[in-house]
Design a protein around this ligand. Structure first.
Ligand code: NAI
Ligand code: PYR
Ligand code: MG
Length: 570
């Protein structure tokens, strides 16, 4: 390659490109001669996936595909999302993270180490894509329910951003998977010769805060307006508080999860037949997700007419030490204080069983990382106390789910309203096929990101997050509602993301944090068209490049240098 001809990007190797495009991109002769239809390409991929037995091998094949033919990867994922999401996201991404250093083949994102402090900006400069619009950043300290995986957590930013591209049409090259190498509390990794992160213990909270301050400046100076999504940090509350009014950022585990579960709970409460004021929710897990979800539902209960105190009192949070109470004797982490109970009359409830018996809840929510914690006995009791108990085992991946769909149905005699964080298969029960809901933030974060980018919002307000939840609940189609579904069919997620993005845009406009002037006066129909037109569609990519090369190539001669097909992370 000469300096005048930068090396082809992965999108340029697409076998659907015509000879003219291949000549233009200097890939002629670098791929097999046949010019293939999208159907032929897809058939080959599906065959290769089917040939592999283990989900992790399918994951590795798909990673390879994304890195060699990015648009084909996204064509496959968008057209087969129900089958592909469990492979590129939870549960398989959990296994991919556990084995990240062992399976490493190629760079797929950016790593910034604690040793880089003082010159983070210069590391950020190395990212080869000029127009990044969104990043998902983790320090790997709480990857799904799998604990501190250090830099092996990179699978999560990569997976979440793949969903951004597939589900809300953000262009692949506008995404930056970012993993902070701040040490790991995982001794096994630190001693593993193949582990690819720093072999030091986790930095302190103060050291991390200082590091993040520098990172936020570096990211926003390089890419003004960049949306920053915090993901899978062990204690993300302080950073969210510090940055949410200052940068265009949100925390997916607190806010995205809060919104997605709120979206499902609105339908579940309606179907449960129990009035909002009579709802009693036991939350197993009082961390980022537990508190984030509970707070979001408090807001909903208040909009339904309860006072804040009445709404707050509908929640009983349980952590490793039992029911969170004022007089438990330990110093509560700040984020738990809001829900701490004062009506326990001096009695402490140490286990989930005790709390469940004490409260007799209408809602049982699991965000604890404790697989199997919802026992048959608890599920049976939930069905005894309620016509339609709400059972949401939300921990990921599947091995951490507080119960399976099968157990929830079996022990509640098919009565429960169910959603889990990771997918479960449909189930036949009493001659009927039952479909489980997937209460996973993947239903909202793509729309939150897209709406924020398109409205050019300066910050992501609580009203924008709330709007994502209500938009999600409104996105259910009549045939989905009539079957009692709590979440839309997963294959429709691109349409759902449009609805969510529109809700987010409207909320940004109302809050006055938007900067995109051209859409201010648009009605809903016009706005929807505008949003859809802005979305990357991998199905149209071949044609788009073809046209671009025809126009651009002719005016620049055959050896043009525009990277018409660029689209990889790197
Ligand atoms: N479905 C979804 O969209 C989402 C699911 N999650 C899942 O929720 C789980 C928790 O995530 P975070 O809240 O961010 O983690 P976290 O570490 O902030 O909180 C975990 C909570 O569970 C409690 N816990 C842990 N072990 C326990 C035990 N043996 N007994 C009682 N309580 C116990 C901890 O005390 C803590 O309150 C993870 O599995 C994660 O994958 C998180 C975000 C989104
Ligand atoms: C889904 C997600 O964000 C989590 O499990 O952490
Ligand atoms: Mg997460």
């Amino acid at each position: 390659m000469t300096a005048a001809h930068p090396p082809p990007a992965t999108g340029d190797y697409d076998t659907s490109h015509s000879t003219a495009v291949r000549r233009y991109n200097h890939t002629y002769g670098l791929v097999p001669p046949a010019v293939e239809s999208l159907e032929t390409q897809e058939a080959r991929c599906l065959k290769q996936i089917a040939r592999r037995e283990k989900p992790i091998d399918k994951y590795l094949y798909l990673s390879g595909l994304r890195n060699t033919n990015v648009h084909l990867f996204y064509r496959l994922v968008t057209r087969h999302l129900k089958d592909m999401a469990p492979l590129i996201y939870t549960p398989t991404v959990g296994e991919a993270c556990l084995e990240w250093s062992n399976n490493y083949v190629q760079p797929e994102g950016m790593y910034i180490s604690y040793a880089d402090r003082g010159h983070i900006a210069s590391v950020v400069q190395n990212w080869p894509e000029p127009n990044v619009q969104i990043t998902v950043v983790t320090d790997g300290s709480r990857i799904l329910g799998l604990g501190d995986l250090g830099i092996n957590g990179m699978g999560i930013p990569v997976g979440k951003l793949a969903l951004y591209v597939a589900c809300s049409g953000i262009r692949p090259e506008a995404t930056l998977p970012l993993t902070l190498d701040l040490g790991t509390g995982n001794k096994e990794y630190r001693e593993d010769p193949l582990y690819m992160g720093s072999r030091r213990d986790k930095v302190t909270a103060e050291e991390e805060a200082e590091f993040l301050d520098e990172l936020m400046v570096a990211l926003t100076e390089k890419w003004p307006g960049i949306v920053i999504q915090f993901e899978d940090f062990k204690n993300p509350f302080p950073a969210l508080e510090r940055y949410q009014g200052k940068y265009t950022c949100f925390n997916d585990d607190i806010q995205g999860t809060g919104a997605v579960i709120l979206g499902g709970i609105v339908s579940a409460v309606r179907q449960s037949g129990t009035a909002v004021k009579d709802q009693r929710a036991v939350f197993f897990g009082a961390g980022s997700a537990g508190v984030g979800v509970a707070k979001q539902i408090v807001e909903y209960f208040m909009r339904e007419g309860l006072t804040e105190d009445e709404a707050r009192k509908c929640f009983w949070l349980v952590d490793t030490k039992g029911l969170v109470t004022n007089d438990r004797g330990d110093k509560l982490a700040e984020h738990k204080v809001y829900f701490s109970r004062d009506d326990n009359e001096g009695k402490q409830y140490k286990t989930l069983e005790e709390v469940v018996d004490h409260v007799q809840p209408t809602i049982l929510m699991g965000l604890s990382t404790m697989g199997g914690a919802f026992t048959p006995d608890m599920l049976t009791k939930m069905a005894k106390w309620n016509d339609r108990p709400i059972i949401f085992p939300l921990s990921n991946p599947s091995s951490k789910s507080e119960c399976t769909f099968e157990d929830a149905i079996k022990y509640t005699n098919g009565k429960c309203l169910f959603a889990s964080g990771s997918p479960f298969d449909d189930l036949e029960y009493n001659g009927k096929i039952l479909t489980p809901g997937q209460g996973n933030n993947m239903y909202v974060f793509p729309g939150i990101g897209l709406g924020t980018i398109l409205s050019q919002a300066t910050t992501i307000t609580q009203t924008m997050i709330y709007a994502s939840a209500t938009s999600l609940s409104h996105s259910l189609l009549p045939n989905e509602t009539s079957q009692g579904w709590l979440y839309p069919e997963i294959g429709r997620i691109r349409d759902v993301s449009v609805v969510v993005a529109m809700g987010v845009i409207r909320a940004a406009q109302k809050a006055g944090v938007d900067r995109e002037q051209s859409i201010k006066g648009m009605g809903d129909e016009e706005l929807e068209k505008w949003v859809r037109a802005k979305m990357y569609d991998p199905m149209e990519e071949t044609e788009r490049v073809e046209k671009e090369v025809k126009t651009f190539g002719m005016s620049n001669g055959v050896n043009g240098t525009a990277k018409a097909g660029r689209g990889s992370h790197l």
